[in-house]
Design a protein around this ligand. Structure first.
Ligand SMILES: [Zn+2]
Length: 74
């Protein structure tokens, strides 16, 4: 958990979600921001992410998709 918090901090300090480059933490894991809850998450936790231009670093996290009824398992 601490790892995740640290990595999130690193992403926040080193990137802007509007940048048109992939946001990656020190271990090379890619991160995106959820368009629903606004949280930064590793893309492992995002069934949907990425897109052209400014959507590159945005996605939809598992938790939000679950609450919205798009997936059955959070
Ligand atoms: Zn979310």
């Amino acid at each position: 958990m601490t790892d995740l918090k640290e990595a999130r901090e690193y992403i926040r300090e080193n990137y802007n979600v509007d940048d048109e480059i992939h946001m990656r933490d020190r271990s090379g894991r890619r991160w995106c921001q959820c368009i629903h809850c606004g949280e930064l998450m590793p893309t492992d936790d995002m069934p949907i992410f990425g897109g052209p231009g400014r959507e590159m670093n945005r996605g939809q996290c598992r938790q939000c998709l679950y609450y919205l009824g798009y997936i059955n398992i959070p």
